[in-house]
Design a protein around this ligand. Sequence first.
Ligand code: CP
Length: 307
Amino acid sequence: MTRLSKKDVLRADQFTRDDIDLILARASEYEAALASKRELDLLRGKILATLFFEPSTRTRLSFEAAMQRLGGRILTVSEAKSTSASKGETLHDTIRTVDGYADAIVIRHPDIGSAEVAARATAKPVLNAGDGAGEHPTQSLLDLYTIQKEQRKADGLTIALVGDLKHGRTVHSLATLLSQFKVSFLFVSPQTLRMPRGIVGRVQERGIAFRETEDLGHALGEADVIYMTRIQRERFADAAEYDRLKDAYVLTRAALVKAKPSITVMHPLPRVNEIAVDVDDLPGAAYFRQSANGVPVRMALLALLLS
Ligand code: CP
């Protein structure tokens, strides 16, 4: 048993620094095991249900790869319309039902707070894979893992979070998680898409230095890590407002001339046009390594919660 056994993963602020160190150390072990093709069967006989009521490529598939790499099996729902939710079933009843089929449940859902609703319906571990514009805590763990691998540390870094900071659940969780480290933040967004005040307050409470700006060029010169995000079309009530903002920030190879040579460029993906494809083959372009890190990090989480 570990202190994470049987726990839910709902928000980034639930993790202590010891939890983070434990998860990421375990992820590093699993990454080495995967690289050496060592078979792991820690979760043989266990079943993970992945319930995705919103689209996903990385989160769902990396959770499923993680479970299978540990010898477990999966039950999956990849779209809401294929479930009885489309006939009016409540989330509570869906989770009560899946409780009878699986040992843990990963859920992505459009409503903020949906993972908490799911967690109240079952004693089995529930992992929040994105609740609307709320949080994405397992993404923040793999983001931190990536930062530590690419930059050899998190402490002392200046981290620029860029784009739709209002609706971007990945940046909400990442800002929260990184507030446990000695970082400083640059929050780069249009005025109407600023980081929610609740998260800014959490950063301030931790004594973390931060600045808010609309100017990506200004941030580029200072950042050790630049974390681009997509303007989240699906969260806009007004299509014209989305059209006005959708090209607010496009990171190009030419623009990166102003950046530190050691800069790490990240993106939770999917990208639309926030990072030009001519950036992809720069040494600091870490976003596809970042998405691959989802497998060992989610293996670590599943092993610690379920074994
Ligand atoms: N980063 C992330 O959540 O990607 P998906 O939407 O593809 O799962």
